[in-house]
Design a protein around this ligand. Structure first.
Ligand SMILES: NC(=O)c1ccc[n+]([C@@H]2O[C@H](COP(=O)([O-])OP(=O)(O)OC[C@H]3O[C@@H](n4cnc5c(N)ncnc54)[C@H](OP(=O)(O)O)[C@@H]3O)[C@@H](O)[C@H]2O)c1
Length: 275
């Protein structure tokens, strides 16, 4: 890990990103990172052996490791695992690190009372667990096929915007730089307590990035439309407006029945029934 990738604002130097969770989001962010010249160390529950073909596909900037190795090697960590497992993230090893939290609350087969009663946001719970880390919520509101599809270089007219939230300004600046580098503009949505503004079911969640798949589309058309249709970019001012207009609602949490069936089908195919 020798080559230095310089970042401009506040002089953050993001050379290596450690990824915990190699599902749809983890693999997509790994691809974009490598494309931007950032080293990645990938980890999951099944161990490095399970990541051999992915690492080969990603090329020389990528390697697989244990969760500890991914954390140890990285300037910034992406924790992208199912929310019910967040307490298994090793708080001691993650202490002192910036952790991007992509996780969302979909209360299916489980509930978290402090979320249901709006006492905390899911990212506040993650921060409470990761007591010595700086948690920044990002990449939770954009569906995985569209993270890859919509990534664009800076100043490209098609570049879209995602919100980020966190309690530490320096950590947020580092995540902003990482996000900018891999293809997105960002808007600051405030603290983790305010991150409900882009949790599931809010106006900036999912639909500003995903195309409408016409009802009655056959499987081939649904796949093509869903995975390849560009949606008009969300400009930073429009993103801020969506965040501002949001009202905090109950019940809290995402619902699968509002997603197009092709999204769920692609997820099942990707995970091959593992989850
Ligand atoms: N899919 C989307 O479009 C989307 C969009 C935005 C945000 N999100 C959120 O981002 C997170 C990841 O979503 P995903 O769709 O990428 O998930 P996914 O495809 O289900 O993959 C989950 C990954 O997490 C790993 N994992 C599970 N428990 C773990 C643990 N305790 N320690 C380390 N690794 C663990 C799994 O390891 P193994 O591979 O070893 O089983 C797997 O690689 C979720 O919280 C989700 O709500 C998803």
């Amino acid at each position: 890990m020798s080559e230095e990738i310089k970042t401009s604002k506040n002089d953050h130097q993001i050379r290596t990103v450690g990824i915990i969770g190699t599902g749809q989001i983890g693999t997509t962010l790994a691809r974009l990172s490598v494309r931007a010249g950032i080293y990645v160390v990938l980890s999951n529950t099944r161990g490095p052996e399970s990541l051999k073909s992915l690492v080969a596909e990603l090329g020389p900037l990528a390697k697989a490791g244990s969760i500890s190795e991914a954390i140890g090697a990285a300037d910034i960590i992406v924790a992208t695992i199912p929310l019910p497992n967040y307490r298994s993230l090793p708080a001691d090893k993650l202490s002192g690190k910036i952790v991007i939290d992509t996780m969302n609350y979909y209360p299916i087969g489980y509930n978290i009372e402090e979320l249901d009663n709006n006492k905390f946001t899911s990212s506040e719970l993650v921060q409470q667990h990761l007591i010595g880390s700086e948690v920044v919520k990002a990449f939770n509101n954009i569906p995985y096929p569209h993270i890859a599809l919509h990534a664009r270089p800076k100043n490209d007219p098609g570049r879209t915007t995602i919100p980020i939230a966190g309690d530490d300004e320096a950590a947020k600046a580092a995540v902003e730089q990482f996000t900018n580098k891999i293809g997105y503009d960002t808007v600051d949505a405030g603290t983790l307590a305010e991150s409900w503004r882009f949790e599931p079911m809010t106006p900036i969640y999912y639909w500003p990035y995903a195309p409408v798949v016409p009802e009655g589309s056959n499987d081939a058309d649904a796949r093509r439309i869903y995975q390849t249709t560009f949606v008009d970019p969300l400009r930073p001012t429009a993103a801020q407006q969506l965040l501002k207009e949001t009202e905090r609602k109950t019940p809290v949490g995402g619902r699968l029945d509002i997603l197009p069936p092709i999204h769920l089908k692609l997820y099942e195919e990707f995970t091959q029934g593992r989850y």
